[in-house]
Design a protein around this ligand. Structure first.
Ligand code: 8X3
Length: 253
């Protein structure tokens, strides 16, 4: 294993689960590289972490831009952990009327984005001697639900990418961890899904006592990453207690 401060790249680190994971990994002793499109947000988070005595660097990155991902990877001295968090849902229409542009964008971010960063950083992760790839999928990557098909299809793609990669690189010093959260209430997920419609977004969580928070998921990611290197948490599904399946949610209305 390489000595010195381990470096953890977190994509989509500008908000939600990504930002919380970056905070958690920084607290766990990693130098976190905050990668996201929104410069102001990642710079503010990096400043917050540095002020708290941690190591953090902000790097603007769009994971769907392969050239940008390659030059991002070339600019890193080392990489021990890659958290593929950038992703999201767009639309909640039935298959019959779903917007192909939404489907295409979800596949680009949730699947091709993970492919780009993983391909670009795999050499550095291998060279670290104990590398970890985390793929944040979703319970949508494990079962379908009505109105979810575009996101469900994309997250199934990310799940299969993780599963296949684990098979292909066994015997190398890199493990592949998939974390699949269910209902998580974050600042942006549902609003983005409904193209900015706050009222529709609020309905997602209506009456649900305690949806998961970004911190709950980050906690799980940090736990999995900080297990000894020979321990591979292949797949961890987590949901709030009030959610028994993708479509069975207890609501107090
Ligand atoms: C988020 C979970 O139920 O909105 O990844 O698909 S869900």
């Amino acid at each position: 294993m390489t000595t010195g401060t381990p470096v953890a790249v977190v994509t989509g680190a500008s908000s939600g689960i990504g930002a919380a994971t970056a905070r958690g990994l920084a607290r766990a002793g990693h130098h976190v590289i905050l990668a996201a499109r929104r410069k102001d947000r990642i710079e503010a988070l990096a400043a917050e972490l540095v002020a708290a005595g941690h190591r953090a660097t902000a790097r603007v990155l769009d994971v769907t831009d392969r050239a940008a991902v390659d030059s991002f990877a070339a600019g890193l001295d080392r990489c021990d952990v890659l958290v593929n968090n950038a992703g999201g849902a767009l639309g909640a229409d039935p298959v019959a009327t779903g917007d192909p542009a939404d489907w295409r964008r979800m596949f680009e971010v949730n699947v091709i984005g993970v492919l780009h960063t993983t391909q670009a950083l795999l050499p550095a992760l291998t060279a670290s001697g104990d590398g970890t790839v985390v793929v944040l999928t979703s319970t949508a990557g494990h079962a379908a639900y009505e109105g979810g098909a575009g996101y469900v299809a994309a997250k199934h793609g990310a799940h299969v990418l993780a599963e296949t990669l684990r098979l292909e690189i066994v015997g190398t010093p890199v493990r592949v961890i998939e974390i699949a959260p269910g209902m998580v209430k974050t600042e942006e997920f549902a609003t983005t899904r409904f193209h900015g419609d706050a009222e529709k977004a609020a309905k997602v969580y209506a009456g649900v006592a305690e949806p998961l928070t970004a911190e709950d998921v980050a906690d799980t990611v940090v736990w999995a990453v900080t297990r000894p290197p020979h321990v591979n948490v292949d797949l961890l599904l987590l949901r709030p207690r009030a959610q028994a399946s993708n479509s069975k949610v207890h609501r107090e209305l």
